[in-house]
Design a protein around this ligand. Sequence first.
Ligand SMILES: NC(=O)C1=CN([C@@H]2O[C@H](COP(=O)(O)OP(=O)(O)OC[C@H]3O[C@@H](n4cnc5c(N)ncnc54)[C@H](O)[C@@H]3O)[C@@H](O)[C@H]2O)[C@@H](O)CC1
Length: 521
Amino acid sequence: MIPVYAGTHVRDAEAKLLRDANDLTLMRRAADALAHQAVVMLKEDTGRLYGSRAVALVGPGNNGGDGLFALASLAKRGVHTTAVLLGAKAHQEGLAALSRAGGRTAAVADLDELLEDCDLLIDAGYGTGARPGLQLPAIPRDIPVLACDLPSGVDSDTGAAIDSVIPADRTVSFGALKTGLAVGSGHLVSGSICVTDLGLGAALPEPEAWVVQGDDLELLLGREEDWSAAGRHKYQRGVLGLLAGSAKYPGAAVLTARAAVAGGLGLLRTLVPDAVATALTTQVPESVPLATPELTALLARNRRNEREGAARIGAWAIGPGLDDNEDTRKHLAQILAANTPCVIDAGAFSMLEPGEHHQLRILTPHAGELHALLAKAGVRVSSRDIAADPIRWARWAAVAYDSVVLLKGPSTICTAPDGYTLIVHASTPDLATAGSGDVLTGILGTVLAAANLPATPTNKDVVALGHRLTDLAAAGALIHAHAGALAAHEGTVSAVDLLQELPRAGRDLTFLDGSIVRMSS
Ligand SMILES: NC(=O)C1=CN([C@@H]2O[C@H](COP(=O)(O)OP(=O)(O)OC[C@H]3O[C@@H](n4cnc5c(N)ncnc54)[C@H](O)[C@@H]3O)[C@@H](O)[C@H]2O)[C@@H](O)CC1
């Protein structure tokens, strides 16, 4: 997992380590890393270094200082370098270093002409010290851009970006990975990111979040638990209840069911309207329908079994394609009252109330749904506000609904009510496809059902279980993202393509048999 820090916290940590305002130790390290990446990009793009042309946008602060020292280093290696000064002032020692190395400076008015013959643009305009109201020049799309610390126009704490942000092909982030590069628009415009260690170590506070990667999956799923004990019996392998689908959206229930089964679930019990039942039995013959009268008896039996330590339905997946009507409200109330761990999505949100409860819940909204959930909890915030600071608003919802929130987007954010946060990057923009969320709900249902979580957490273990649930949510998102990458590699990323890639995704990331549930030999 890669720790993520708010940009202003990194800036504070840098300031703590400096002996005085003239101490250039960290800046020189940062500039060396920037120059190194510039060399790599110039060689990749032009096949040479000597005689190539680099232009840097240089802001008035330390970000500009980094750019000037990096340009000086390139100039010494035979690159034609020009610093375009964005403000009335610029870093003095940086300017002197550039001049000594033979580089030159120019005004913003000269930028267009300079860019006509330019192999690399270094964006050293504004970094962690940027304030609202930046004015940035327009940069043609075809020029390779290397961002110094972060693309100018990105908020290093939130990932919000102004319209005139300068998108980068590569970003060198100094000291740590900043939140603004890990989520929101900042993540989308930063290209590939290299983190340079400046030795900030103990000067940094606790990370704000962690970005999880493929090889974190086993840790997230909780290998330290005795997964091998599961698997001898279908009930131990995980039993998932599914409340989903409507006459209008029958496919959503089918996709969720197919994803759950593809994940290696022991048994799927489905509570769906008549209009969906036939499609479900035909397309997911492994599923076992659950008739309405049976539900009450089953939930009661579940409670008895819980006391005996062998719950029959280990988790519920609720919501894909669900209609808000009297029947579904009744079923939902019954299921929620039984306190079995559940993942709640889409159509169920309109029937969900904020407030405390005694159940392990993962809510999986996209930004629009989060907006509606927050509005119901009395928090007035637009979808645009959510996109500008997704971690903040996901955390608000986690508190308001006493649940883990998995906020879908280019960076999926999984956060517990106490603020523990994991980030999963989408493997491909094509994952934002119809039915993709239904597949994710199915995967999460299987992960939950197999995890053998307690139905009613006590106050004592509520924080630890919140973290466990967040880990599981991130595990599901990771498998989903990897299935997306595999499907994209084959050409298309429809929900059905995702389903087909699920076993391979599980196999690649961890388990030998490709199922989310680990089988004993
Ligand atoms: N502090 C340190 O020791 C280190 C800082 N580093 C670099 O320094 C950056 C932070 O430096 P700074 O704190 O100087 O901040 P920046 O260089 O990001 O920006 C601050 C400057 O921009 C101006 N500015 C900000 N918003 C503006 C606006 N809306 N309109 C017009 N002018 C505006 C400010 O007046 C100030 O002059 C980091 O991103 C990183 O690149 C690195 O060199 C590593 C070491």
